[in-house]
Design a protein around this ligand. Structure first.
Ligand code: BG6
Length: 484
């Protein structure tokens, strides 16, 4: 591992994302020993005029005990908070960034960077509208200029644009300032334990190799459900909608990992090359294979216009035109304010030919990966009903993480992704061509929705969503199974 001073600069330090995700993830890395107090310094930067102490105070409440005894926890929190300094400045003038540079270099000198290289990680917990100006300021005022090597890396959060053209414009603006190897586009679903497990499941198990194709798989469902609405984020959400918020990024990334071919190796570029090929093989989405919904009461939020056409739910079929997947529908479903919170992948197999038990009506073989809550991998299969009769029943081979890995703490997505950034591993980050291909898939549909050509169907909060969405999955071939 590299040594030398590590400066982590969180821009937008007083905002929600920084408080709820970035600082807690840094704290978790710190208490597990991944951030060494003799090497690391953390700087918060924002426009608000506050002191170091004010920032520490507002972060402190989000550093939940989670692991370890409480006395140790409080001690850890205090030590961690002492590593944080605050710098106040605007996002489009040099003044603040010059002060930031000054304080970073002072700490680098104090931490004796000569022993190693100086590393600078800029985390943009900011709205994308300020990315170009902030990146320019970082480039002009704060990039690591040490002769001793080291690096400067930039972490950015979605939304990366609103459609193909705006995303490409943003990519070009940032791309003129930093190399692709310095840019880490976060999609936090790529940091989830079971999303990371997909490569292992698919390519380290003989079971799946011969089955994972159009000859055996009938349909694949990738589902995201939330049991709460936009909760104070109505203004943001209304501009984006469920397709831009969840499907174009989180669900599509999962689809890539389910559908891609085996990469040449585990190198980031080899994995991302295969993901791009999947995206480029997706055929244009048909209007009749899309159902949109909006929960009743969505427009009660004062920041949402009364006549909003924004979908809070979408079910759609994506089709991949290649040798492995021709004819297999990938059903993507995402919705807010539903009756449960769940994210899962369901791979449903075809019926058994020549079914001598006549049991197919009881359900098909299904391989399910539950990303959350309660991570699990299970397989639904037919077995003989225990007893004297020769009858069949659907049952499960079940690997529930809570039981199988008792006491093992599953890291938060942000924790892993920040650690990957420090280590320079881009495997779980979205590459520029990947982003472009993702926007190419959805932009025509999004433009039609934005133009009011598509109306969302109203559904009740806390319900299962509009029946039209379930009918679409059934039309695509999904057979509802019961039990699990
Ligand atoms: C975010 C979306 O990217 O993901 C939110 O903007 C959504 O709308 C969240 O609630 C869901 O993340 P998770 O990890 O709770 O499934």
């Amino acid at each position: 591992p590299e040594t030398g001073c590590l400066s982590i600069i969180v821009l937008g330090a007083s905002g929600d994302l920084a408080k709820k995700k970035t600082f807690p993830a840094l704290f978790n890395l710190y208490r597990q020993g991944f951030l060494q107090p003799n090497e690391v310094h953390i700087f918060g930067y924002a426009r608000t005029k506050i002191s170091d102490e004010d920032l520490r105070w507002c972060i402190c409440g989000y550093l939940a005990p989670g692991r370890g005894a409480s006395a140790e926890h409080s001690e850890g929190v205090l030590e961690f908070l002492q590593l944080i300094k605050y710098v106040c400045g605007s996002y489009d003038t040099e003044e603040g960034f010059r002060s930031l540079e000054k304080i970073i270099s002072e700490h680098e000198v104090a931490k004796n960077s000569a022993e190693g290289s100086s590393r600078r990680l800029f985390y943009l917990a900011l709205p994308p509208s300020v990315y170009p100006s902030v990146c320019k300021m970082i480039k002009d005022c704060c990039t690591n200029k040490s002769d001793l090597g080291g690096w400067t890396r930039i972490v950015v959060e979605k939304p990366f644009g609103k459609d193909l053209a705006s995303a490409e414009e943003l990519s070009s603006q940032i791309g003129e300032l930093f190399d692709e190897a310095q840019i880490y586009r976060i999609d936090h679903y790529l940091g989830k334990e079971l999303v990371q497990n997909l490569l292992v499941l698919r390519f380290a198990n003989r079971f799946f190799l011969p089955l994972w194709n159009r000859d055996n798989i009938d349909n694949v469902q990738i589902v995201f459900r939330e049991d709460f609405g936009t909760e104070g984020r109505g203004g943001y959400f209304d501009e984006y909608g469920i397709i831009r918020d969840i499907i174009q990024n989180h669900l599509l990334q999962v689809l890539c990992l389910v559908a891609m071919e085996k990469p040449v190796s585990l190198k980031s570029e080899h994995i991302r090359d295969e993901k791009v090929k999947v995206l480029q093989s997706v055929v244009p989405i048909k209007d009749e294979e899309v159902v949109l919904g909006q929960y009743e009461g969505y427009t009660d939020d004062s920041t949402v216009p009364d006549n909003s056409n924004t979908p809070t739910l979408a079910t759609m079929i994506l089709r991949i035109h290649n040798e492995r997947w021709e004819g297999v529908p990938f059903i993507l479903k995402a919705g807010k304010a539903l009756n449960s919170r769940k994210a899962e992948i369901r791979v449903q197999f075809k019926d058994v030919p020549g079914d001598i038990f006549r049991c197919q009506k009881q359900g098909r073989n299904e391989f399910v990966i539950r990303l959350q809550p309660s991570e699990a991998i299970y397989m639904k299969l037919m077995v003989k009903q225990p007893g004297l009769e020769m009858s069949t029943v659907q049952s499960e081979l079940d690997l529930s993480y809570g039981q199988r890995y008792q006491g093992v703490v599953i890291p938060e997505a942000y924790e892993r992704l920040i650690l990957d950034t420090i280590r320079g591993d881009q495997q779980h980050f979205v590459r520029r061509d990947e982003l472009k291909a993702a926007w190419e898939i959805f932009t025509p549909l999004l433009h039609r929705i934005d133009n009011g050509e598509f109306k969302p169907i109203p559904y009740k909060q806390g319900s299962g969503g509009p029946v039209e969405a379930d009918e679409l999955s059934e039309r695509a071939g999904y057979v509802q199974t019961h039990g699990y």
